[in-house]
Design a protein around this ligand. Structure first.
Ligand SMILES: NC(=O)c1ccc[n+]([C@@H]2O[C@H](COP(=O)([O-])OP(=O)(O)OC[C@H]3O[C@@H](n4cnc5c(N)ncnc54)[C@H](O)[C@@H]3O)[C@@H](O)[C@H]2O)c1
Length: 258
């Protein structure tokens, strides 16, 4: 592993959900580079192994656990396989495009199952462990859709609004237990999530849509997963000891400069 600039997470164990791709993979790599042992929790075991392989090849410590955040027993079993939980990053999430008129009950329930129930599961089992250990840091991956009306994202916005308010609830309830809970609200970040979205919804005018999505941020481009990981490492480190119940815009100016 390259000599890291910072070692703020040495001795800590961090669970990163959805750590096999995009933002979650960048967070896992960054946390490992700062000295954490990283548990990569993933629906797709092969993706988790890829992240673990990258970390280990750089000299870091990581382990993969396969499972589904939407499933209570799966998440309970994952937490039972981990000795300590100093840091939890609830990152796993899925997308959906549609207005309230084109969103079906099935779409709504599918988004809820992963993005809301899944985050609840992480918080439910993670907070219990942190209370028993005397504290910890939690970071939830929210979105600009938590704060701003985004076109054609009814179900997704519903879930990301809930991620923001679950963050506040946990931060409030466990502030006296040494647990900090924050969230990051990214605008568009260039990950496989975005590539999949473009492939599926705009196969004929992909490049045009990529340019449009980039221009939506006043800074003129999409974010990079590493930029989210950098803020995540700070928020989960003791340098951020006075920060809890915060929702950080990481959005190239999208929320406040339009
Ligand atoms: N990329 C963006 O533009 C953007 C913007 C704002 C917020 N976010 C949020 O950031 C998070 C990560 O996004 P990304 O772009 O890196 O996505 P991604 O699709 O590249 O990665 C998500 C990972 O989560 C895993 N996953 C999905 N469902 C799961 C489940 N039920 N249990 C366990 N793992 C599961 C997937 O297998 C995948 O590896 C999501 O919560 C997303 O809503 C993304």
């Amino acid at each position: 592993m390259n000599p890291p600039l910072l070692q703020r997470l040495s001795g800590k164990t961090a669970i990163v959900t959805g750590g096999g791709s995009g933002i979650g993979q960048a967070v896992a790599l960054r946390f490992a580079s700062e000295g954490a042992e990283v548990i990569v929790f993933e629906l797709r075991p092969e993706a988790a192994e890829e992240t673990v392989g990258k970390i280990q090849s750089l000299g870091g410590a990581a382990r993969a656990i396969g499972g589904d955040m939407a499933d209570t027993d799966s998440v309970r079993s994952a937490f039972a396989q981990v000795d300590r939980v100093d840091i939890l990053v609830n990152n796993a999430g899925i997308a959906h495009v549609g207005t309230v008129l084109t969103t079906t009950t099935q779409d709504l329930d599918r988004l809820y199952a992963v993005n809301v129930r899944g985050v609840y599961h992480g918080l439910h089992f993670g907070v219990a462990r942190m209370v028993a250990q005397g504290g910890g840091a939690i970071l939830n991956m929210a979105s600009i859709a938590s704060k701003v009306g985004i076109a054609d994202r009814f179900a997704y916005s519903m879930t990301k609004g809930a991620v923001l308010t679950m963050t506040l609830s946990v931060a409030r309830d466990f502030v006296d237990k040494g647990i900090r809970c924050n969230c990051i609200c990214p605008a568009r970040v260039h990950t496989p999530f975005v590539d999949g979205f473009l492939d599926k919804n705009y196969p004929d005018n992909r490049d045009e849509m990529f340019a449009k999505l980039s221009a939506a941020q006043p800074i003129g481009r999409m974010g990079r997963p590493e930029e989210v990981a950098s803020l995540a490492a700070f928020l989960c480190s003791d340098e951020a000891a006075f920060i809890t119940g915060a929702a950080y815009d990481l959005d190239g100016g999208f929320t406040l400069l339009r």
